[in-house]
Design a protein around this ligand. Structure first.
Ligand SMILES: [Mn+2]
Length: 217
């Protein structure tokens, strides 16, 4: 039987790529009659986070994105919380989505797809995503209570709708198990963070090409 010496042939043919990408950082300010939001992020960070949105549970979830996504994140927001958390929650999602899109630029060299299955005690949530350039959300959470602390649990979906639309991401969220609302939501953000970390990672074999057979994302 004939064998091929891959090591010998591939070492001759391996091109050397310069893997240094431009700094993948972005800052976006967005001000409306309802809210004023500033987001700064570094995709190649270490998971340091400062989040002050006026919505404590949302701050807690932004810390999950930063810590488990290894994204340095600074989010400052003021909004019309005297009405409810809806506008501020949505506008933080919009501004974070815009910041992700800006930091990724033309999406050259990234892995593009990501997935993770995160447990949090009894909760188990799967997130699969694609920085496809096409916004889509399949949202499969069944959160049993209307609120976690003061946070309206309907706002979880609104937050992901905003991120998906403004980062141009395809996102599928599936709840496989869970009975505690806080656990279900937090497992979702942890899985989302890890899936993003996979998707935004630089693929050394991809080098500086756009990860699409169409050549554009
Ligand atoms: Mn928690």
């Amino acid at each position: 039987m004939q064998t091929r010496d891959f090591a010998a042939t591939s070492s001759e043919k391996l091109p050397s790529f310069n893997l240094e990408l431009p700094a993948r950082m972005a800052s976006v300010s967005r001000k409306t009659g309802e809210t004023d939001v500033q987001v700064s992020l570094n995709l190649d960070g270490q998971g340091t986070c400062s989040a002050a949105t006026g919505i404590p549970f949302l701050d807690h979830m932004l810390h999950q994105i930063s810590s488990h996504g290894l994204i340095d994140l600074d989010v400052q927001a003021t909004g019309d919380l005297e009405i409810d958390d809806h506008h501020t929650n949505e506008d933080v999602g919009i501004t974070l989505g815009q910041s992700l899109a800006k930091a990724l630029g033309d999406r050259k060299g990234i892995v593009r797809f990501g997935h993770f299955l995160a447990p949090l005690d009894e909760a188990l949530v799967q997130v699969t995503l694609d920085f496809s350039g096409r916004p889509h959300l399949s949202y499969g959470l069944q959160i049993p209570t209307e609120r976690v602390g003061t946070y309206d649990t309907q706002l979880v979906r609104e937050f992901f709708v905003a991120i998906v639309n403004h980062s141009q991401m395809t996102l599928h969220i599936r709840q496989l198990d869970g009975i505690n609302s806080h656990h279900i939501i937090e497992a979702t953000f942890k899985a989302f963070a890890r899936a993003m970390r996979m998707a935004i990672e630089v693929d050394p074999r991809r080098a500086h090409t756009i990860p699409s057979s169409k050549g554009v994302l």
